[in-house]
Design a protein around this ligand. Sequence first.
Ligand code: COA
Length: 436
Amino acid sequence: MNDWRTTYADKIVSVEEAVSHVKSGDRIAFSHACGEGQALTAELVKQAPRLENVEIVHMVAMSTAPYCQPGMEKHFRHNALFVGGSTRKAVEEGRADYTPCFFHEIPSLFRDGLLPIDVAFIQVSEPDENGNCSLGISVDYTQPAAETAKLRIAQVNKNMPYTYGNGINLKDIDYIVEKDEPLIELQPPHIGDTERKIGEYVASLIKDGDTLQLGIGAIPDAVLSFLGEKKDLGIHSEMFSDGVVDLANKGVITNAKKTIDQGKFVANFLMGTKKLYDFVDHNPDVLIEPADYTNDPFVVAQVDNIICINSAMQVDLMGQVNAEMIGYRQFSGVGGQVDFVRGASRSKGGKAIIAMPSTTGKTKKISKIVSLLDEGSAVTTSRNDVDYVITEFGIAALKGKTLRQRAKALIAIAHPDFRAPLIEEFERRFHCKYAQ
Ligand code: COA
């Protein structure tokens, strides 16, 4: 019997043996976010004493990222393409790095040799009848990393859903580790009154038949909660979560009006609970594809009426959006924000929305609408790209507006406690009265 079962059996090794093939100086790419093969990560850290200068490349770490713990820098250096909660301290303390990049360009960093991958640590579904495994909930840069790596080590986990639009054949895997363990989950966020108000404003810009791109967190979930009466919505996003499943089950999201990938939910990774993972498993209506397809602004532009909803740290009075830094601290990354903002601006009927609470901080004493971005922070979305900015105080539509008009529109949606100093700055900068 020389079918895929033989290939599969021949490649199974213990996790210790699989990871023993990693060498000092290698660059390893991990499956992204909730797709991370936790058994492979745990074993790599166990083998730390024999390793030096191993670079670990990935985006959002949803695991505890033990390779970022103090003392691990002798063995591992994390290169974050997006900083997450468990890797932030290491980046801040100089024990890990951040590489600025658009999500849609990450596959080409691997393919074009700017960031060549030695080893891909991937987590996959059980093989199908043709010996193809699915990359399940993390395809994004993971499939391109697996395609280009010199060595591919796969954790086969029966809990990894089989999703369409991606895959790797057993013949292209070097070592297989069988380990069934629960996937990392992201619990639905708490939606407060502020998020609900923002969600309502965002939802007011969405009409029947539109296609949505959503980021992560309370605001996207709050938006979804206002869409229960809509018809034929679609999804073309970098990710989606449990909230989308509820609207799909209600028949609100049908993808029927999409101008590309009609009838399909399209994303490149997924983060949620088992409810989401069960929904996508063997679901022919769901396509999970690499980021150089889903996030390519030229692809996004072909989705008519795409509404892209992302968030930010700060927006200054010119409309410059900082979505990733707190002063000099790299808090997160650009992710797909600019990919989708640019795609939406070229889409017929598309809208790019930056939605954020007007204030932040434990006592809500920091305004997110600011005169100047904090020293040290980066511009994520430029003032030329920005369109709608929404807070719980309303909607500022900035495209086509002068600097004076956009400053005025932004002050109107700032928290009332912070409007006076912003107005002072407006009058100083534009040599005119705000009230005129
Ligand atoms: N000044 C100082 N601190 C600020 C701040 C500001 N202007 N804005 C936010 N913060 C702090 C908050 O107080 C909070 O701190 P805490 O963790 O100590 O509580 C932290 O930053 C996160 O803020 P929060 O409002 O909870 O952020 P969020 O979870 O809604 O995420 C972004 C907001 C901007 C960080 C997030 O959307 C992001 O990373 N975007 C990346 C770009 C993007 O949109 N990509 C597309 C989707 S991946």
